[in-house]
Design a protein around this ligand. Structure first.
Ligand SMILES: [Cu+2]
Length: 125
């Protein structure tokens, strides 16, 4: 009887650890072909975005303050498609990414190219 109880206890502990890990990552990682990322005051809905080559991100204004998304290496910007660095609530900037790479992205008002503040990582491919 005793060994069986011990096995069950270990199994339950493993499940708890597995569930805890999943919850921690689901909050800020998104993966898909065409994803929408809300830009809140003053943080992105996701800080890690994974899309395939040819996938897109809809950068969606969702705050009272203006926001944007700019690549740390300046290779792309929501300004390129939206025409303005200030996106307010419901303003959309859909960017299609055709080059594989890993980009830091940031809001020019609330973050910086080093990935501090309102910032994250976009992985294409
Ligand atoms: Cu911002």
């Amino acid at each position: 009887m005793k060994p069986r109880v011990l096995v069950l206890a270990v199994f339950a502990a493993a499940l708890l650890v597995a569930c805890g890990g999943d919850e921690g990552s689901e909050g800020d990682v998104v993966e898909g072909t065409d994803v929408t990322v809300s830009m809140f005051d003053n943080r992105y809905e996701y800080t890690e975005i994974r899309i395939p080559i040819g996938g897109s991100v809809n950068w969606l204004g969702a705050g009272r303050n203006p926001h944007n998304s700019v690549a740390g290496d300046e290779s792309w910007s929501t300004e390129d498609v939206f025409g303005n660095l200030e996106q307010f609530e419901d303003d959309e900037a859909v960017i299609t990414y055709t080059e594989p790479g890993e980009y830091v992205f940031f809001c020019t008002f609330h973050g910086n190219a080093e990935g501090s503040g309102m910032a994250g990582t976009l992985i294409v491919g």
